[in-house]
Design a protein around this ligand. Structure first.
Ligand code: SF4
Length: 236
């Protein structure tokens, strides 16, 4: 696995595994061993594995911000018809007053959905220009709408707003689907029932890793090979 963090700080390739667990009431119901250093890419294969080897997925899939991505939300909502109670990067920051009052955060710009345009802090209009599609390594496609400011010439706020070179106008890349998904998640987490389910996450799954590490002293694998690692995990 290419390590996220190691003493050389250069993402070395080493023998290692990313262990995922699914828990309820601090009991491990399923586990999986993956070669990906980030959790984001392990969620879909782990859900596949749970459905194949363990049990039907519950109505709510709960996970922390490391798992919140367009692809993961799409998979859970569309393919599995379940509800993701999964935060995303900046979810916590978005709740803070500093974020809500930041004038150059696009989410704080006035959006006229009917005319499909934004208004910037210099009161200029950014109108829709064209769509682009980005395909990631797994083949997942994300669609962005590109907006461009009518005229950034001589804007006194330019340095605060964009790094684009002088003579060019500020452009925005907006992924509407991702914005809708985040809106959906925010709404779910603010509901009493689903918010309470999400808040249990920490006291449900984290103690399982705490028990493994602090009580059983299980800090690293002493064997190599996925099948051997699987066997060791079963015995714990
Ligand atoms: S740089 Fe352009 S988009 Fe940014 S505030 Fe100025 S006019 Fe508006």
């Amino acid at each position: 696995m290419r390590m996220k963090d190691d003493y050389m700080q250069n993402g070395q390739l080493k023998a290692g595994y990313n262990v995922q667990v699914a828990t309820e009431g601090q009991f491990t119901l399923a586990y999986g061993v993956f070669p990906n250093p980030t959790d984001m890419k392990t969620l879909i294969p782990f859900l596949d594995q749970i459905e194949k080897q363990y049990f039907d997925l519950p109505k709510y899939i709960v996970a922390d911000a490391g798992y919140g991505s367009e692809q993961n939300y799409d998979d859970i909502l569309t393919k599995r018809t379940r509800t993701p109670l999964i935060t995303y990067n900046y979810y916590i920051d978005e709740q803070k007053r500093k974020f809500k009052n930041a004038p150059f955060k696009i989410s704080n710009w006035v959006n006229d959905a009917e005319r499909d345009k934004y208004t910037c802090p210099n009161e200029k209009q950014l109108t829709f220009q064209y769509n682009i599609v980005r395909t990631d390594k797994s083949g997942f496609k994300r669609q962005f709408k590109i907006y461009e400011c009518e005229d950034c010439t001589g804007c006194p706020l330019r340095d605060l707003c964009t790094k684009a070179r002088e003579g060019t106008n500020r452009k925005l890349m907006i992924n509407e689907k991702w914005e809708q998904q985040k809106e959906y998640v925010r709404a779910k987490l603010s509901e009493e029932k689903t918010g309470a389910i999400y808040r249990k996450r920490k006291i449900d799954v984290e103690p399982v890793f705490g028990f493994l590490k602090a009580n059983l002293g299980f800090m690293q694998f002493s064997i190599r090979g996925k099948s051997k690692v699987d066997t060791i995990l079963v015995s714990h």
